[in-house]
Write a protein that binds this ligand. Structure first.
Ligand SMILES: [Zn+2]
Length: 485
């Protein structure tokens, strides 16, 4: 309910009270449902790197300038400041950790106190992360929303298209001085075993779903664990149902499953544009499966869902992949809202929050003529800028066309004059693998995050407490209070 509806509801109640609704003036007892019998659910959606320009571009790409993504329809919105404790521009670890813990920490630190220093892990020549260099007196764990939910006996789960040990999901269930320590982060998930995060109670998370099996498997089985442990086998022994492809996931009836571990790929899952649906499910299907499992807990649940690869496509400056992954993320939000409404039609007991952890440097150039959505034969927002009067390609000072989407920095920078780009057209710029041009030249895959505030949208229980421009640490308190965690 937004403020206006609340006001109207309040006014109606007052009027009814003043008029008297029947001859009996004694007030009717207010029917109350005992708090403990009502499940309370929180679904926290995080679009990694999904800045406002990426959201706008994804809207045009998917439904045209005048269409709406599901994210556009969320009734409550806010802007979020994302700077970290030591940096104007954050990485995913401290920004997600700020949402999860309310503590502003240093770049690369995962859900630890503010004084924690990020220390790179020991890495061998093959890039294997051998050991934890954090040091004995380097900060203390900061309690997360997921841990608070766990402490109340709620169900808990993480779903990501990235590795489930990557910074964003890691910040919900682990505490460590550096995000690259993914072997340690994976070990935090195995109840009772070495390295387990005991704040996850005696039985751990109920749902773990995404990519990244390499940090669960020993080196001899193609994994990257130097300690020889097989965490998939260990979790199986702890009664987790295990899936590794779409068919296996489909075969698992979530409504009859208490624990689910689904790791579909060795590293990150595929970009949605490249995804083989027989091998890897959509983020929407993963999300609704997780909701089935978690709904078995009568007290409710806390679920984190990450669109993890929007960020990676932006680092690579392949806009089409980033926009398609943003649409896949939006589809997951749509599916989650629809599913939640089946049992909670007005979302009175379900809070759904959608936000991003940081911006990137994607921009929309020029005064482009409206393109409508991208479809066969129409590049849409992925095309070159066309004059809104003549429909002809607009040219830069060097006489060359330029794409609507560009980047502040990235790998495709034309050195010197762009005159050689005279033949640039929609076919070139809308290709799946096209790297949009950048103002500042960087190495391959090294486009940076941006420091602009990000969008937050919310719907359901307590959603109307999100408004204005807020610090990322404030999101923690708002979710905690709205959900009663
Ligand atoms: Zn990120």
């Amino acid at each position: 309910m937004n403020r206006k509806s609340l006001l109207i509801a309040g006014l109606t109640t007052a009027l009814l009270a003043a008029c008297g609704s029947d001859s009996d003036s004694a007030p009717a007892p207010t029917p109350t449902v005992p708090e403990t019998t009502v499940p309370k659910n929180v679904i926290f959606f995080l679009g990694d790197g999904m800045g406002l320009t990426t959201m706008t571009a994804a809207r045009i790409y998917s439904v045209g300038e005048d269409g709406d993504l599901t994210m556009d329809t969320l009734p409550e919105t806010a802007f979020v400041k994302t700077f970290s404790n030591d940096a104007q521009v954050t990485d995913s670890a401290p920004s997600m950790a700020a949402y999860m813990t309310g503590v502003k920490m240093n770049n690369e630190v995962v859900s630890m106190s503010q004084d924690t220093k990020a220390v790179d892990p020991v890495v061998d020549s093959a890039g294997n992360r051998l050991g934890n260099n954090c040091g004995a007196n380097n900060g203390t764990p900061a309690t997360t929303l997921l841990e608070l939910a766990k402490a109340q006996g709620l169900g808990t789960g993480v779903v990501s298209t990235a590795r489930v040990t990557h910074a964003t999901p890691a910040a919900t269930y682990s505490h460590i001085c550096h995000r690259d320590l993914e072997n340690d982060i994976a070990a935090a998930l195995v109840p009772g075993a070495t390295g387990y995060n005991s704040a996850l109670g005696s039985n751990g998370l109920d749902v773990i779903m995404g990519g990244g099996s390499q940090f669960f498997k020993p080196a001899k089985d193609g994994g990257r664990r130097a300690d020889g442990r097989d965490l998939v086998a260990e979790l199986k022994a702890k009664n987790y149902a295990v899936a590794s492809n779409t068919a296996e996931l489909t075969a698992i009836d979530g409504t009859k499953t208490d624990k689910l571990l689904a790791l579909f790929t060795s590293s990150h899952m595929s970009y949605d544009l490249d995804r083989d649906p027989a091998k890897e499910p959509s983020l929407a299907d993963m999300t609704t499966k997780a909701m089935d499992v978690l709904a078995r807990n009568g007290k409710g649940y806390f679920l984190m869902v990450e669109g993890g690869r929007i960020d990676h496509a932006l680092h690579e400056t392949t806009a089409k992949k980033a926009l398609q992954d943003t649409v896949a993320f939006d589809n997951a939000i749509k599916a989650a809202i629809a599913k939640a409404k089946v049992t909670d039609p007005d979302l009175k007991n379900t809070l759904i929050v959608v936000t991003a952890d940081h911006d990137h440097t994607l921009v929309l150039n020029g005064y482009a003529k409206r393109t409508g959505k991208t479809a066969a034969g129409n590049a849409g927002v992925l095309g070159v800028v066309k004059n809104y009067v003549t429909g002809e390609a607009d040219k830069d000072l060097d006489g060359a066309p330029y794409s609507i989407i560009g980047f502040g920095n990235g790998e495709n920078r034309v050195q010197a004059s762009r005159a050689g780009q005279a033949s640039l057209d929609d076919n070139a710029t809308s290709a799946n693998t096209y790297h949009q041009e950048a103002a500042v030249r960087m190495g391959v895959g090294s486009e940076t995050h941006g420091g602009t505030d990000v969008f937050l949208g919310a719907i359901g229980k307590g959603a109307d407490t999100f408004s204005g421009t807020i610090d990322n640490t404030r999101v923690f308190s708002l979710v905690k209070n709205a959900a009663g965690l």
